[in-house]
Design a protein around this ligand. Structure first.
Ligand SMILES: NC(=O)c1ccc[n+]([C@@H]2O[C@H](COP(=O)([O-])OP(=O)(O)OC[C@H]3O[C@@H](n4cnc5c(N)ncnc54)[C@H](OP(=O)(O)O)[C@@H]3O)[C@@H](O)[C@H]2O)c1
Length: 336
């Protein structure tokens, strides 16, 4: 069993712990919070013995865990991952892994020097059955004409923002915004399904803090475009569409991928796959990480981890280029 330490005491950490424990491969041993009382309140629902920390150095250096799940505000992911790697812990870090390519470059260098450590960006949907299915279906399409992908979810923090506060996810200081938070899923889609684009442009709607509350990104390829519609200030129920010549692949949602359908040239719809509604959406990634972590010495596992890392590096680069095209500058961009 892998001993799991966690950073971040919001609902997403509960969801990951439940997914990780459901695989039968992880058990929670260690919790860090800025306040010990928060860590204890968070951990009290779990029935295993847990060690609690409110000091990050002690968490990493004295914590008896093998792998850390990091779900802190985006701007802290890099520093906390560096600390974890230096302390000999495997890392599962929530998306987006880093704020910019400078951080990513340093991280990759550190990983090269610590080749026994596995580092995963938790882009949950790329480990789902439907993600692989779409990749396979795209290989079968003779002609590809791009896609129109949408992920717009009204943020539970938006009301706070409208009332005058600046929650982390709407802050340049914390590397927030719609692109980093939700666009990351769609950039993963585009790069995995169509490869690296030739040119990218982002047209955001900026909010009071300078952050993008929503926006449209256009990824240009030689023969087509992939359009990404993202936002945290409204809900969209538009499906994603991937275009062949006459056929269209329909995705219920390009980041959640619960249902994939194929519409032929005559308009006939075939359901290709439907995920069960009640399933914890993080189980597939938890299983994928556990499979590799079970044998980190295996060359095959190392290669898979390297491939995922290479994709994370490309996603990070595209997110940065998109931000640059829209003059969105994070505090983290000025810190190196
Ligand atoms: N995969 C998914 O489906 C999914 C869904 C939601 C979020 N996420 C990711 O999870 C991460 C956390 O998101 P979130 O919405 O939970 O963020 P958040 O509420 O802003 O912060 C998460 C945790 O970090 C700590 N924290 C908050 N502000 C901090 C600060 N100023 N300095 C240091 N620590 C601070 C808090 O824990 P303590 O008070 O215990 O220190 C908090 O519970 C993000 O990277 C997000 O992208 C992923």
């Amino acid at each position: 069993m892998l001993k799991l330490g966690v950073i971040g005491t919001n609902w997403i950490t509960d969801q990951f712990i439940l997914a990780a424990e459901a695989t039968g491969e992880f058990h929670l041993t260690s919790i860090y919070s800025r306040k010990i009382s928060t860590a204890q309140a968070f951990g009290s629902k779990y029935l295993t013995p847990i060690e609690y920390f409110d000091d990050l150095d002690r968490f990493f250096n004295e914590g008896k865990f093998d792998v850390v799940y990091i779900a802190s505000p985006n701007s802290l992911h890099y520093e906390q991952s560096v600390q974890a790697i230096k302390a000999g812990k495997h890392v599962i870090v929530e998306k987006p892994a880093c704020s910019n390519p400078t951080e990513m470059k340093h991280l990759v260098k550190l990983l090269r020097q610590n080749s026994e450590i596995f580092y995963f960006e938790a882009a949950r949907h790329i480990h789902s059955k439907n993600f692989a299915l779409i990749k396979q279906k795209l290989k079968d399409l003779k002609v590809k004409q791009g896609a129109n992908l949408t992920y717009k979810k009204y943020s539970s923090r938006y009301a706070e923002f409208l009332a005058g506060a600046e929650p982390n996810i709407f802050s340049l200081d914390f590397s927030g915004g719609a692109l980093q938070d939700l666009g990351v899923y769609l950039v993963y889609d585009a790069l995995s399904w169509f490869g690296f684009p030739g040119e990218v442009n982002y047209y955001p709607v900026k909010l009071r803090s300078g952050i993008d509350g929503s926006g449209t990104a256009i990824l240009s390829y030689e023969d087509f475009e992939v359009v990404l519609n993202i936002g945290k200030t409204a809900n969209s129920y538009l499906p994603g569409e991937i275009y062949g010549e006459k056929e269209t692949l329909l995705l219920d949602n390009a980041a959640e991928l619960k249902k994939v359908e194929l519409v032929d040239g005559a308009g006939n719809v075939t359901i290709l796959s439907v995920e069960p509604e009640e399933q914890n959406p993080m189980i597939a990634e938890a299983k994928a990480f556990a499979k590799l972590l079970r044998d980190p010495g295996s060359l095959e596992n190392k290669q898979i981890q390297q491939d995922w890392l290479a994709l994370a590096v490309e996603v990070n680069q595209v997110l940065y280029e998109l931000r640059k095209s829209a003059q969105i500058v994070f505090k983290a961009d000025r810190e190196f």
